[in-house]
Write a protein that binds this ligand. Structure first.
Ligand SMILES: [Fe+2]
Length: 294
């Protein structure tokens, strides 16, 4: 929808308007680096070898081809120095055994949030970006608790970096959705709103949620939500979180985002990934964020 210039069409406008607060917040924040917690949908990794957690440590990341050609988006510039520091801190100090990627093509799980969060006409993206990939498609998946703890470690790793970079951590992934089987198109707005509330008020409790519960209540692919807990784990000491996910909560999310503006080195935001289904259901698009290619 973005590439085709259709975001202002009546059916799609409410969805894309929900991203305006986070885009404005990020513009004010002006981060140097965005660490994007996302999942690869077999564009680069595949089922023969699928890492639980993978960190980009490259200077640049190519735009992946997911079978439709590459999207007209600028190449992603990384921050190899910060990545190397994160890798060493996370592996040596916090004992997260990451796969380190010196080459990595990023795909819609990474690019849709970037596309919706940052302007990128002409001169490229306004931030460097570091991909942090989480396996949410090939079981066994990391637990929600493990993702949350990764966020704790990530915060400590960023804070120990001797550089001056202003870092934002983006949690991504779709809220309730299922893209196959008898429940194709399934969404659960009530669950989504509950998840957002818990994410804000009770992340410790939310981190105990199981994959099965998420998949039963919110659809198989909603298990992507465990990635939001990594973002929330980064923010655990301050207790505020910026979250944008669909149109229903845009006002609430703007308020939450604003609470993060108090000049710290590291900030966080959750950005639901729109999923384009083959049968768009505009009436349901409000809290759900449907799929892939923006
Ligand atoms: Fe996905």
């Amino acid at each position: 929808m973005v590439d085709r210039g259709r975001t202002q069409e009546p059916a799609w406008k409410p969805l894309f308007d929900a991203y305006v607060p986070v885009r404005e917040w990020l513009a004010r924040l002006a981060p140097d680096v965005a660490i994007v917690v996302y999942n690869d949908h077999t564009a680069d990794f595949n089922f023969d070898k699928y890492p639980t957690f993978a960190l980009g440590v490259a200077e640049r990341y190519a735009i992946g081809d997911e079978g439709f050609g590459t999207r007209p988006l600028p190449e992603v510039v990384g921050d190899a120095e910060l990545s190397t520091h994160l890798a060493e801190a996370l592996v040596y100090e916090h004992e997260f055994d990451l796969t380190l990627c010196q080459e990595l093509a990023v795909e819609h799980g990474f690019l849709v949030p970037m596309n919706l969060c940052f302007p990128h006409a002409g001169s490229g993206w306004p931030v460097k970006a570091i991909p942090l990939q989480v396996n949410v498609i090939h079981h066994p998946l990391p637990t929600a608790r493990r993702c949350y703890r990764l966020g704790h470690a990530l915060r400590a790793a960023v804070e120990s970096y001797p550089g001056n970079s202003k870092v934002v951590v983006l949690g991504t992934g779709g809220m309730s959705h299922q893209l196959q089987g008898k429940r194709f198109g399934f969404m659960n707005e009530k669950f989504d709103q509950w998840f957002l509330d818990e994410l804000e008020r009770n992340p410790e409790g939310l981190a105990e949620i199981g994959h099965q519960q998420i998949m039963e209540e919110a659809g198989a692919e909603a298990v992507e939500l465990i990635m939001w807990l990594t973002m929330r784990g980064v923010d655990h000491v301050r207790g505020s979180v910026g979250a944008v996910s669909g149109t229903a909560c845009s006002r609430k999310c703007a308020r939450r985002s604003a609470s993060n503006l108090k000049g710290t080195k590291i900030s966080t935001a959750a950005v639901g990934s729109p999923v384009m289904m083959t049968k768009p259901q505009p009436a349901n698009i409000t809290t759900h964020i449907s799929n892939t290619r923006g």
